[in-house]
Design a protein around this ligand. Structure first.
Ligand SMILES: [Zn+2]
Length: 556
């Protein structure tokens, strides 16, 4: 399968149906719901059905492409699914994960937006196609592929009051005009597009007609439009987001979540709105440890949005997926921003967002050189004449941002996915997992038997996932239920017994770990005395919301 590719909705549907047909015991293809325009939002449930249904197993959630143009996430999600499926039976990790866990994988949450982004004449919007906040087309410049070449580039117009000039380092590049610079030729730059209700004088940026940002529509500290652009009229107002929130809320077996976005090459974690000292301390240590594994595997560093990824120093983003999943449900959720063009060009140590506002012009040259050497097909487009129907003769050119900054150039997409898949699998290997250590029936005479049960959590995370999960009461404790054969009787103990939450290894990160303390707080046991006939079967159901269920029996 070629992963140096961005998959259209039709291609995606064909691949997912193909997998469901080819691997019927490992894949179930379903729909999370319908998009605003009525497209199915595909969901793969990946698990070996022969070892139990997905709902009896601990799970990880993986989604992608909630933002219309961030199609690299879809290719990455497909790469993860393909790795698991093709590795089942040969690769020990893929086999273990599909046998013992469930992976819920939604490779494209926003099929309407992706349809536009991948069209022959593309249109780039933030998220969904439902007009918002108003249904009219506002006055001003709307991006559009004016010359129909499949690219939305930049328009360059000579203007003595322009704020750009031709670069002194490479004439293909544009450079910012200095504050005292008076002599020379200057230009204005606009995104390639058309002006609604043009008055012949002003070229303003228009309010986008499709101004929703789905990743501001989740029910975590949701704020209205004047506080948070794109938030939607109320939390989960958008059908796509409602579908995600419904599904995850109904699947308490989900402990970890990844949402794939672009770009920057960074693993983002909560909170977006609060500093780290507002997070449960042990959860913070767990997040940091998970993030360090991410850095080792992908090369991306892991930072909190609040501390390292804010668009404006005085503003925070609200209504985001990862904050909602962690804060409301105690799920360890990550937003992985795939692909880092400046980083690949050697501009590694920088503040992610401030760099875009201000950086040395030499950085632009580095990026151009790197693109020319590594992705010539997607590199900078030289300026060429175009007769604009409203603005007259001008030039089109510059970067096709969609396949340079926003997504990897086509030739480099597969490599980016390959780098990220092992991290998703590593996170899945951190799930809590309920296992049976001992289940015995010892005869006591007079048709009486002592039943003894010892259970363990074999996973890294606890059966409540996180301190936040515990605080929110998001997951019930581990419990055991007996089903007696007809005629059998329980003499001591109760048919339903609560065993409490079981720790994993994630609570052993504090300073006492230094002294080698490794308590067995991942185990629990209980006993009953039952009366019955030899050969009677006693059903034993071990239930945990987050760490899986075990349904077994013991024979007297
Ligand atoms: Zn995004």
């Amino acid at each position: 399968m070629n992963f140096n590719h961005y998959f259209t909705n039709d291609e995606l549907t064909a691949i997912l149906s193909g997998w469901a047909a080819y691997y019927p015991s490992l894949v179930v293809l379903s729909s999370l719901g319908k998009s605003h325009e009525g497209r199915e939002i595909p969901l793969l449930t990946l698990t070996n059905q022969a070892t139990g249904p997905d709902t009896d197993k601990p799970a990880i959630w993986i989604d992608a492409n909630i933002h219309a143009t961030e199609v690299a996430g879809t290719t990455t999600a497909l790469h993860i699914a393909h790795t698991l499926l093709s590795g089942y039976g040969t690769d020990s990790r893929c086999t273990r994960l599909l046998d013992t866990c469930a992976v819920y994988l939604a490779p494209r949450l926003n099929p309407d937006g992706a349809e536009l982004a991948l069209a022959a004449l593309p249109k780039y919007i933030r998220s969904g196609t439902r007009p918002y906040p108003f249904d009219d087309k506002a006055d001003g410049l709307h991006a559009e592929d004016m010359d129909g070449d499949g690219r939305i580039l930049q328009m360059r117009i000579p203007d003595p009051n322009g704020d750009w000039k031709v670069s002194g380092l490479d004439p293909k590049l544009m450079e910012k005009r200095g504050p005292d610079e008076q002599e020379g030729s200057f230009y204005r730059l606009f995104e390639e597009g058309r002006i609604e209700n043009y008055d012949g004088v002003q070229v303003r940026e228009a309010r986008p007609r499709q101004g929703l940002d789905f990743n501001r529509n989740f029910p975590f500290e949701w704020q209205p439009e004047n506080e948070q652009t794109g938030a939607g009229p109320y939390p989960t107002s958008e059908v796509e987001i409602r579908a995600v929130v419904d599904f995850i809320s109904r699947h308490p077996n989900i402990n970890i979540a990844i949402t794939y976005h672009t770009f920057s090459g960074v693993i983002l974690r909560p909170f977006s709105t609060r500093p780290d000292d507002k997070m449960d301390v042990n959860d913070l240590w767990v997040y940091e440890l998970m993030g360090e594994r991410g850095k080792e595997i992908t090369g991306y560093k892991c930072i909190s949005v609040y501390h390292g990824f804010r668009y404006h120093p005085n503003e925070v983003t609200t209504g985001a997926f990862d904050d909602w999943a962690y804060d409301h449900l105690g799920i360890f959720a990550f937003t992985i921003e795939l692909w880092d063009l400046p980083g690949r060009a050697g501009i590694a140590d920088r503040d992610f967002i401030p760099w875009f506002r201000k950086h040395p012009h030499e950085d632009d040259v580095k990026i151009l050189r790197w693109l020319e050497a590594n992705a010539p097909a997607d590199a900078l487009v030289g300026w060429y004449a175009y007769n604009h129907p409203q603005l007259g003769p001008l030039e089109l050119g510059g970067l096709n941002r969609m396949y340079t900054f926003r997504n990897p150039p086509h030739a480099l997409m597969g490599e980016e996915a390959e780098k990220n898949t092992p991290y998703a699998l590593a996170l899945a290997d951190m799930l809590p997992r309920l296992t049976l250590r001992e289940l015995t029936a010892t005869p006591l005479g007079d048709r009486r038997y002592r039943l003894r049960l010892v259970v363990e959590n074999s996973g890294f995370l606890a059966t409540n996932t996180s301190g936040q999960g515990q605080k929110r009461n998001a997951a019930r404790p581990v419990r055991v239920e007996l089903t007696l054969a007809a005629g059998a009787a329980l003499l001591t103990g109760q048919w339903r017994t609560e065993l409490g939450h079981l720790q994993g290894r994630s609570n052993k990160l504090d300073v006492t770990a230094h002294y080698g303390s490794s308590p067995t707080d991942n185990r629990a046991w209980t006993e009953w005395v039952v009366q019955g006939q030899p050969g009677d079967e006693i059903g034993v159901a071990l239930l945990s919301d987050r760490a899986g269920n075990i349904r077994t029996s013991v024979t007297l």
